[in-house]
Design a protein around this ligand. Structure first.
Ligand code: HEC
Ligand code: HEC
Length: 369
């Protein structure tokens, strides 16, 4: 264990990334190596100028049709870039069909975006909420005119990409979001060997990581079976990050991934989200149906609904010697549920939630003279 911690601490030391285009300033930032490979498209290098532009666009209500809704309306930093609502509300006032998703470590992947995986890159994703009638309801050609006639934007676009264009808007928003790296939760510090978890958190960590095996008396919550990239939420290319975690029966099963692939076998499957900062991103699930982590645990521990596409990993994990055909439950004790919740709380990264670099540039404190 000691060796493991030392090796990890060494890997986490971070390595410096340098990317350059002729007229822009390359950005240097460290990204934890332990999260695996990350992807930055060749045609959109991370530059100081593009990130500054993306940050301003992200927080600017000008991007919406009524100039009142920005990306940050539904992605608030102190809530790990969610909005605290079961269903987000944009320009139209009509609740969206989905719960806002937290934004962190989107650099790692490849990952498909949205609950149903309908966007395959941050660049592809960025213009969708701007145009959507219920989200920002903005006419894109009007937006281009508006931004081009604004002196600050004119200069910032010129410096970052040359011209004001839809391509540049998408690229800048993508780049700002790529910098939203969260790597300093209590659990990250534990991985780096900087501290120990409490007894309860450690018990929760073990349960989270284990698929139960009664033959060797191993109790488990089987969370890692699906939340394998729980620090980043990445790696969803071949739909293997999409699962049906038993929220509904066949009669009420939502389309989920099937809306994108057209395959019945994908009905009820949704993106397995990152669990980083999960303690601050309530309510939970694609439709915000659970208000607390206690409700989430009660779901996994006895509330699972059977359906044709329910994950077999959930069906067979029951922590009892005699498999129960008629009942789906992890059969965890209340104390074990509490331990898993305590572990989930170690994934909160307070530094990320308050990092000035990710904050609203329109209201940010100016540097001291
Ligand atoms: C009205 C609220 C609202 C606004 C405004 C909004 N979003 Fe979102 N965002 C959501 C919701 C809800 C989801 C999940 C939607 C879905 O799955 O269909 C989401 C999902 C995302 C995702 C996918 C994350 C993942 O892990 O798959 C990204 C990235 C994102 N939004 C970025 C943005 C950007 C950039 C903007 C501004 C251009 C923006 N959002 C504006 C509510 C909003
Ligand atoms: C079969 C795969 C699978 C297993 C096993 C699993 N999950 Fe999930 N989990 C998912 C999927 C998929 C979602 C998103 C479902 C949706 O919204 O439709 C999810 C959502 C969640 C959410 C809500 C995330 C959010 O942003 O709203 C939490 C919290 C969570 N899971 C915790 C756990 C814990 C703790 C365990 C172990 C006790 C666990 N999960 C086991 C697949 C799984």
């Amino acid at each position: 264990m000691l060796c493991f911690a030392v090796v990890l601490a060494g890997m986490l030391g971070g390595w410096w990334l340098r990317l350059q285009t002729p007229s822009t300033t390359p950005v240097s930032f460290s990204a934890p190596f332990v999260f695996g490979r990350f992807i930055i498209p060749q045609d959109n290098p991370l530059t100081v100028e593009s990130i500054a532009l993306g940050r301003r666009l992200f927080y600017d209500p000008k991007l919406s049709g009524n100039n009142q809704v920005s990306c940050a309306t539904c992605h608030k930093q102190h809530l790990a870039f969610t909005d605290g609502l079961p269903h987000s509300i944009g320009v139209s006032g009509n609740p969206l069909p989905f719960n806002s998703m937290s934004l962190a470590n989107l650099l790692w992947g490849p990952q498909l975006l949205f609950w149903n995986g309908r966007a395959s890159s941050l660049e592809e994703q960025a213009l969708q909420p701007i145009e959507h009638v219920d989200e920002m309801a903005q006419d894109l050609s009007l937006l281009l005119e508006e931004l081009a006639s604004d002196a600050v934007y004119h200069k910032m676009f010129a410096e970052a990409y040359g011209n004001v264009s839809l391509d540049a808007i998408a690229k800048a928003l993508a780049n700002f979001q790529r910098t939203l790296v969260s790597a300093n939760s209590k659990y990250d510090q534990y991985l780096r060997g900087e501290l120990n978890l409490s007894e309860l958190e450690e018990q929760g960590r073990r349960l989270f990581m284990a698929h139960p095996d009664t033959k060797v008396s191993l109790r488990g919550g089987n969370c890692i079976d699906c939340h394998s990239q729980f620090l980043t939420g990445g790696f969803n290319t071949a739909f293997d990050g999409f699962n049906n975690n038993g929220l509904d029966d066949d009669a009420t099963l939502a389309a989920g991934l099937a809306e994108v692939t057209g395959l019945d076998a994908h009905k009820g499957m949704f993106k397995t989200p990152t669990l980083r900062n999960i303690a601050v991103t309530a309510p939970y699930m694609h439709d915000g149906r659970f208000n607390t982590l206690e409700e989430v645990l009660a779901h996994y521990n006895g509330g699972i609904k059977r359906s044709s596409t329910l994950s077999p990993l959930i069906l067979e994990a029951d922590n009892v010697a005699q498999h129960q055909e008629d009942k789906i439950s992890l059969n965890l004790t209340k104390q074990e549920e509490r331990a898993i919740i305590a572990f989930l709380h170690t994934l909160t990264d307070k530094e990320f939630l308050t990092d000035e670099r990710f904050s609203n540039p329109f209201t940010a404190k100016k540097d001291a003279p």
